[in-house]
Write a protein that binds this ligand. Sequence first.
Ligand code: ATP
Ligand code: MG
Length: 275
Amino acid sequence: MAKVIALANQKGGVGKTTTAVNLGIGLATEGNRVLLLDADAQGNLTDSLGFHEPDNLPVSLATMLQKCMAEEAYDPEEGILQHHEGVDLMPGNIELSAVEVALVNTMSRETILRGYVDSVKDNYDYILIDCMPSMGMMTINALAAADSVIIPVQAHYLPAKGMTQLLQTVARVRRQINKKLVVEGVLLTMVDSRTNFAKDISFVLRRDYGDKLRVFQTEIPLSIRAAETSARGKSIYSHDPNGQVAKAYVSLTREVQGIGSERRQTRQHKADHSR
Ligand SMILES: Nc1ncnc2c1ncn2[C@@H]1O[C@H](COP(=O)(O)OP(=O)(O)OP(=O)(O)O)[C@@H](O)[C@H]1O
Ligand SMILES: [Mg+2]
């Protein structure tokens, strides 16, 4: 059964979508079955994977959520697209805005996406949900459906205020809707290692949050090569395989997998001891 990870930060342009693409394809390259869910009405994830007109797709996440809200039956494989680098995609588009409005007046409005995710979970090892830059109903649905959340943070500014708000939301979701939700880690993105400022942010983040949260060892460097990938519809591994950003995403992939196996080992250890 899949591990479900949401990529969330209400701040825009911090690298959520870029991380969904490259962590997703990284995990698939390591032999995992991966589904990427585009839970953003901007459809950037869908676009970045080469489906450049998300609004013209006949079936998208909005379609599936509408079916879940109406309690209509569906085929769990319906609407899922394949990317040539080995990941599956449930695309997202502008119709998600209407769904987000409709959710407000729906019964179990926070857990509609969870219902959909549960129906496809058996087919994958990892499901990554790319959230929109807001703490609206779609993001709450993503947190309710997830096992953990990765918080990408841009190294250009001090993230303290936004982080506090986001962590409070995560804590509230954990208390009220989804007990198992944990923060997988905070990921520093667009790190310009030539500046002391980026080093300061990294230091402050690790100092202030390091004892409460995992701050990933991997930092994603700032590079124009990363910014170019979305227009080309491919990952950084095929666009610039020997570059620093590709190396960083390989390293992040290993960290995320390592976290998974560490937890499994701890659980196994506990299980062995309770026998
Ligand atoms: N490591 C990087 N170096 C340089 N540019 C990057 C890097 N990662 C992402 N970008 C670029 O920065 C912009 C924002 O990245 P991205 O779309 O991944 O952020 P996001 O958090 O998903 O944004 P939104 O909140 O709008 O959904 C994009 O143009 C992307 O190509
Ligand atoms: Mg995005």
